[in-house]
Design a protein around this ligand. Structure first.
Ligand SMILES: *Cc1c(COP(=O)(O)O)cnc(C)c1O
Length: 499
């Protein structure tokens, strides 16, 4: 399997090189040249298999330049009971007769990013050997909260790789900050930046684009790479759980083999839902992928009108991991739907960067509507949904998952579609504890409280245990307390690398 650029501006390369590069150096994202299809029989033969076995069958058709043994090593290093607190990795909870919740937050950091970031560092570390680079890889991450910790956990102690995370000082929750600053490992580093997330992101992007600095790094034996969802190595592992959910439902007799199901995906950068689209293209019986957004509903409007328009106010919501106006992975989706028209994609993205908007043609819109439906929920609806789900079933969901549930309810009411539906649950309720407790107990229950007492109270009210990744954070030693000006980010990189 070879990988090509969405903008037709790069040669065909192997998966190891695509994963090592992260993205196309001259702009564009790597995608597989063709989508491997599984026959009905091949899918049927996976029923009853473990998460790791399903993972193996999927990864090996994409990572053809890795040996089967290497792929198994990656899987075993990621999906095990040390990293995940549920033996099935992604268990389903039955919400009602037609809807299931897929819990994707049983990894070490309590958000679904672990499903990919636990395995991607293994792909990358093997890619470095395969591509034959002597340089040590330095992963730079700018984070608004979730990605930073998931990347630190995934990359810590991986040989040949260092990871440096920058987060906005005062811009993340206390729990998120402590998750990052108490990280152990011999190759991790964390710094707070005086500024907002955009300042961190821009500074990191500038470093990636600074040719002289990159040459200087190479002279000293270092090379930069990226750990966010523009990297194919992060997208690929997410295909696994779409298959796993379907196989789980057929194994239990909840759907007949061959019957189609829907997936609802709380969406930000369009990575998770795109993995669902690849599962569909591989032959998984999917009726509709339902894209759920919060008040930053640029995608909902795009799928309604065909116009992507980022010229709007950025809204800070109670589902912050979906607060995003530029969904990077949409580029891959559109490349697939235009039949690999790199010229069209380049033109649209050029319009997006100059005017802030672009409009797709009606043919593309029709193809989108065949598989995709979209909706959004506002912040009050999100809190109401958390409350309603708890009242009806005694089950506690986080804000991002609640957006998905609300959008599904609207979809089912509007279309009358009774197809069995799986809603991706992207974070543990404990990760967004303050909003969740407020939804369950009212604003007074969180007013003036610190997050640790909120965690305890949420545990009492919901009758569940605090997620292991968020326990005892207040007693772990803080390893990193550096606060820097945004102009000092390059100096931090140099200092960490001893340059
Ligand atoms: C990252 C994230 C999302 C959005 O996922 P995308 O792949 O960017 O669409 C949704 N929910 C949570 C909790 C996340 O951390």
């Amino acid at each position: 399997m070879k990988y090509i650029s969405t903008r037709g501006n790069f040669g065909k390369i192997d998966s190891a090189e695509a994963i090592k590069l992260g993205m196309v150096p001259s702009g564009g994202l790597f995608i597989p040249e063709e989508v491997p299809a599984f026959s009905e029989e091949a899918i049927r033969s996976l029923i009853g298999k473990s998460y790791c076995e399903v993972a193996f069958e999927i990864l090996k058709v994409y990572l053809t330049d890795y040996t089967e043994e290497e792929i198994r090593q990656c899987i075993d290093g990621a999906y095990n009971e040390k990293n995940f607190d549920d033996p099935s990795m992604a268990p389903l909870y039955k919400l009602n007769d037609s809807a299931y919740i897929m819990e994707l937050w049983h990894g070490p950091t309590a958000a679904f990013k672990d499903m990919a970031l636990q395995i991607m560092p293994h792909f990358l570390s093997k890619a470095i050997t395969k591509v034959g680079s002597d340089n040590e890889i330095v992963i730079l991450v700018a984070t608004s909260g979730d990605t930073g910790k998931a990347a630190l956990e995934g990359f810590k102690n991986i040989p040949g790789i260092k990871i440096i995370v920058f987060y906005p000082h005062g811009g993340v929750s206390k729990v998120q900050e402590l998750q990052m600053t108490t990280t152990d490992g011999n190759n991790t580093y964390v710094a707070a930046v005086k500024g907002n997330f955009d300042d961190c992101q821009n500074a990191v992007k500038e470093i990636f684009g600074d040719r002289r600095f990159n040459e200087y790094l190479v002279q000293n034996g270092y090379e930069l790479s990226s750990a966010n969802s523009i990297n194919w190595g992060r997208l690929l592992p997410q295909i696994i759980y779409y298959f796993y959910a379907y196989l789980d439902l057929t194994a239990k007799g909840s759907v007949g083999f061959g019957d189609k199901i829907n997936f609802v995906v709380p969406t930000g950068n369009f990575g998770n839902i795109l993995a669902g689209y690849y599962a569909y293209r591989m032959g998984l019986p999917i009726n509709k992928l339902i894209c759920a957004s919060n008040e930053n509903k640029v995608l909902t409007e795009f799928f309604e009108t065909g116009e992507y328009d980022r010229n709007r106010e950025f809204i800070r919501t109670n589902s912050p991991s979906m607060d995003i106006l530029i969904s990077s992975n949409l580029e891959r989706f559109l490349f697939e739907l235009t039949g690999h028209d790199g010229k069209k994609i380049s033109d649209w993205l050029y319009e997006l960067s100059t005017k802030g908007s672009f409009t797709v043609d009606s043919g593309v819109r029709e193809r989108i509507n065949e598989i995709l439906s979209a909706g959004y929920a506002n912040q009050d609806e999100t809190l109401e949904t958390i409350n309603e789900v708890f009242d009806k079933s005694g089950y506690t969901v986080d804000t991002h998952t609640a957006v998905g549930i609300k959008v599904y309810k609207d979809y089912a009411a509007k279309t009358g579609d009774k197809t069995v539906t799986v809603i991706d649950s992207t974070a543990s309720p404990y990760k967004f504890n303050t909003a969740v407790l407020e939804a369950l107990e009212g604003p007074d229950s969180v007013e003036g409280k610190d997050e640790f007492s909120i965690l305890d109270e949420l545990s009492r009210v919901s009758g569940t245990d605090i997620h292991p990744g968020l326990k005892n954070l207040d007693t772990k030693p803080v390893k990193y307390d550096k606060v820097v000006e945004k102009e000092q980010i390059t100096d931090v990189v140099k200092e960490v690398l001893g340059l």
